[in-house]
Design a protein around this ligand. Structure first.
Ligand code: ADP
Length: 407
């Protein structure tokens, strides 16, 4: 059995999974874990083995190198370290691939430099992704490392949705366009939906709703992206856990002029202190739901704004697609919150959406239909698995690299 190590490096954390790229969507990874609070006094490494056993070690983790090396040692002590298994690739999640990367890339020094050049477009994410790449390449130099970009799937957006109606010269000078994010998830989900409909992806028009802490919607026509709610950055579109989503850009000028706020303060306000959390104080929908039950007015308002934004995007995407075969919910909120799904599609029979309230209440880890079988627009819940998608793409690139004699 061969495996791919999938790494998702943040500024103070590294998430990892060792995945069988040929496995089923619901297979547990061989081992998964999280290195957290890197650079702080009280760090921790959590490792979960396939059988469910969890190992937690609390220690100071000065940097990414130390954290990843220690995680590998814990894995090795349990016979699932990188040298204990047949590791064919290391797949790195990279948030921003700019206009240059439409496909996953075998990481060589030149690719690393190009990812570095993209830092101005993703100052919050690409530096941390790059740290993870450098550290992992140094520790595992003989294994192919592959960068899988969150933006790649949306590289094919048509100009009318990729470009903003702002001054052309400024836009092209500063690479301003809609890049879109969560692409690996939208692509994975949309392919699964085509399978569920027993059709080729090219034949399907669909809307995919990735509702996690970050949230995005995508309109996909004949297997290709037509539009998506995130933009130059993941701040745009739907109201999210802590991000505002779409706002009048004039609000930023107003805050600069009237509140004397600095750019970084506004960045933090809109990315970390807004969205559902900015209104209710919490961003976890389980807590939000409890607060709504306890008749907390702010929680109720936050929820209504969230649903209103979601319905706006669904409506817009139905019109730009013209014909819609399926609408699909995925990620933490989309897979678990039955009320979000029902409220997002409430009372839309005249648009061909016959929501099945009973089917919606069934709890499952499997992909499932939650519209009536005769609904012209089918509605699905499909669990996403970005790690598996990254593992599959990485395995394919590693295979080509081996065929080309590079490894
Ligand atoms: P991320 O964007 O961080 O990858 P996830 O897709 O894991 O996020 O989604 C995390 C969010 O999913 C949580 O913040 C929470 O709001 C929501 N969530 C998770 N489980 C449930 C549940 N059982 N019911 C409602 N919401 C849930």
């Amino acid at each position: 059995m061969s495996y791919v190590l999938v790494l998702n490096s943040g500024s103070s954390s590294i998430k990892f999974q060792v995945v069988d790229p040929h496995g089923h969507t619901n297979d547990a990874p061989l081992v998964s874990g999280l290195v957290e609070q890197i650079g702080e006094h009280s760090g921790a490494i959590n490792v979960t083995l396939r059988g469910g056993e969890e190992i937690r070690e609390e220690l100071e983790i000065p940097d990414h190198t130390y954290g990843l090396e220690r995680a590998f040692e814990i894995m090795a002590a349990n016979k699932v370290g990188p040298t204990d298994v047949d590791l064919i690739a290391v797949g790195h999640r990279v948030v921003h691939g700019g206009i240059v990367f439409s496909e996953p890339q075998l990481i060589v020094d030149e690719i690393e430099a190009m990812i570095e050049d993209l830092i101005p477009l993703a100052p919050l994410h690409n530096p941390a992704n790059l740290d993870g790449i450098r550290v992992a390449r140094a520790i595992l130099p003989d294994i192919p490392h592959i960068a899988v970009f969150d933006t790649s799937f949306f590289h094919a957006l048509p100009p009318a949705s990729a470009l903003y109606a702002i001054n052309n010269e400024v836009a092209s000078k500063y690479d301003i366009r809609r890049y879109g994010f969560h692409g690996t998830s939208h692509e994975f989900i949309s392919q699964k939906v085509a399978q569920l409909l027993d059709k080729d992806p090219d034949e399907v028009n669909q809307i995919t709703l990735h509702l996690g802490n970050g949230a995005s919607a995508a309109a996909i026509r004949h297997g290709r992206p037509l539009d998506t709610s995130m933009g130059l950055t993941p701040l745009a579109g739907l109201a999210m856990g802590t991000r505002s989503g779409d706002i009048d850009p004039g609000i930023i000028f107003h805050l600069v002029r009237q509140a004397g706020m600095k750019v970084d303060e506004i960045d933090t306000l809109l990315n970390k202190q807004s969205g559902v959390k900015g209104i209710s104080g919490v961003n976890d929908f389980r807590v939000l739901r409890e607060m709504i039950r306890a008749e907390d007015q702010d929680a109720w308002l936050a929820y209504n704004i969230y649903i209103h934004q979601l319905r706006r995007f669904i409506g817009a995407y139905m019109i730009i697609l013209g014909r819609v075969d399926a609408i699909t919910f995925t990620a933490g909120v989309g897979e678990n919150d039955t009320e979000v799904r029902q409220d997002a599609l409430f009372n839309l029979e005249m648009y061909g959406i016959k929501f099945d309230k009973e089917a919606n209440l069934v709890r499952s880890k499997e992909a499932r239909m939650i519209s009536t079988p005769d609904s012209p627009v089918k509605v699905f819940v499909v669990p996403t698995n970005e790690e598996l998608a990254i593992a599959r793409k990485s395995a394919a690139v590693a295979e080509s690299a081996r065929e080309a004699g590079l490894y």
